[in-house]
Design a protein around this ligand. Structure first.
Ligand SMILES: [Zn+2]
Length: 335
């Protein structure tokens, strides 16, 4: 059974939430490094291995990518994932619609998605979703979201399914979540929205996250909000202040986080950032592995520090560690 409870409330809409799944506990705000064949720099297997070896406790893998593996690779990787989930880590399987959309693969369907969700024991999985294009009709998006969420939630017992909501505009996204919360609140326990659907500016995105948090709160304050495709640390902190709980992205496997500015830079530039983290102090390591482990350590420390700042209601001072006072003053006006 999936059970959520608010442990602490911070400033603005931020909170520290505990999610219990089958005796495992996940504390938010938290980050899932995700692996996707769209725009990744490395194949699936070494990325899974690097997560497992690093001891990082969370991982998101796409059902589409798992379905596309050869039998031999699938057997090896699914064993690795099964062991990962068994060892008190959190495995999230994504619907694969993101990959099928970008690869324009119209053959990806609910049946293929279901085959992976049924076979691989995960802690969470996202509902099957249809990414709308600019011509999609709102009523069709609404109908498909309801139908897919209902069908997906039946796949595993105890509803560990995260309902994905899409919209062609932030307003449409809010309308859809509202409708879902009024008509099918059981599907709103964990809602995921893509960051790119929340608006075109940071201000608009924060406003959308705040409004969706309010809609979910009107149903139950313990409802969880996941922002898909969000790994920019500053955005994560601001969306957490707007009421978001979970984040995932592929950034950890594409760029190096510069700890001084929270900006992203090329893998090859890690050595000139003068990073003194535990990973960067280690000798004789492959540079790509070092960059990945440096990022994973950063994300783990960052979410723990973000949680701590929420507990102390000290989020703005937390931000001041990375951005100047002028920027923080601008940010305050967003809330
Ligand atoms: Zn480092």
């Amino acid at each position: 059974m999936l059970y959520t409870k608010i442990l602490h409330r911070g400033s603005y809409k931020s909170r520290v939430l505990q999610i219990e799944i089958d005796k495992k506990r996940l504390v938010t705000p938290t980050y899932f490094p995700s692996i996707s064949s769209v725009a990744t720099r490395l194949p699936l297997e070494p990325l899974v291995q690097s997560i497992v070896r690093s001891g990082y406790p969370r991982l998101l893998v796409s059902a589409y990518d798992l379905a596309g593996l050869s039998r031999e690779n699938y057997n090896r990787i699914s064993r690795m994932l099964g062991k990962f989930s068994k060892e008190n880590n959190f495995l999230l399987i994504d619907s694969g619609s993101f990959e099928s959309y970008w690869f324009r693969d119209r053959r990806w369907n609910f049946k293929k998605y279901r085959a992976i969700i049924d076979k691989i024991k995960s802690d969470f999985f996202t509902s099957f979703d249809n990414i709308p294009d600019s011509h999609s009709d709102y009523l069709d998006i609404l109908r498909l979201t309801h139908q897919n969420a209902k069908d997906s939630s039946k796949l595993m017992k105890d509803n560990h399914c995260i309902t994905i909501c899409h919209g062609q505009s932030p307003e449409q996204l809010q309308k859809l979540v509202k409708k879902l919360s009024l008509n099918n609140s059981e599907l709103c326990q964990v809602i995921a929205i893509p960051e790119r659907s929340c608006g075109k500016t940071l201000h608009d995105k924060i406003k959308t996250v705040q409004k969706i948090r309010n809609i979910l709160d009107n149903d139950k304050e313990e409802n969880v909000l996941h922002i898909l495709g969000c790994g920019n640390p500053l955005s994560m902190a601001l969306f957490a202040m707007a009421g978001a709980d979970i984040f995932d992205s592929i950034d950890w496997s594409r760029w190096v986080v510069d700890l001084r500015s929270l900006g992203f830079t090329d893998f090859a530039n890690l050595s000139i950032t003068d990073c003194m983290c535990r990973v960067c102090r280690m000798k004789n390591m492959d540079p790509i592995l070092r960059a990945i482990l440096h990022n994973l350590l950063f994300y783990q420390d960052f979410v723990l520090e973000l949680q701590q700042s929420i507990i102390l209601k000290d989020e703005l001072n937390f931000l001041k560690r990375y951005v100047d006072q002028k920027t923080v003053s601008k940010i305050v006006n967003f809330f």
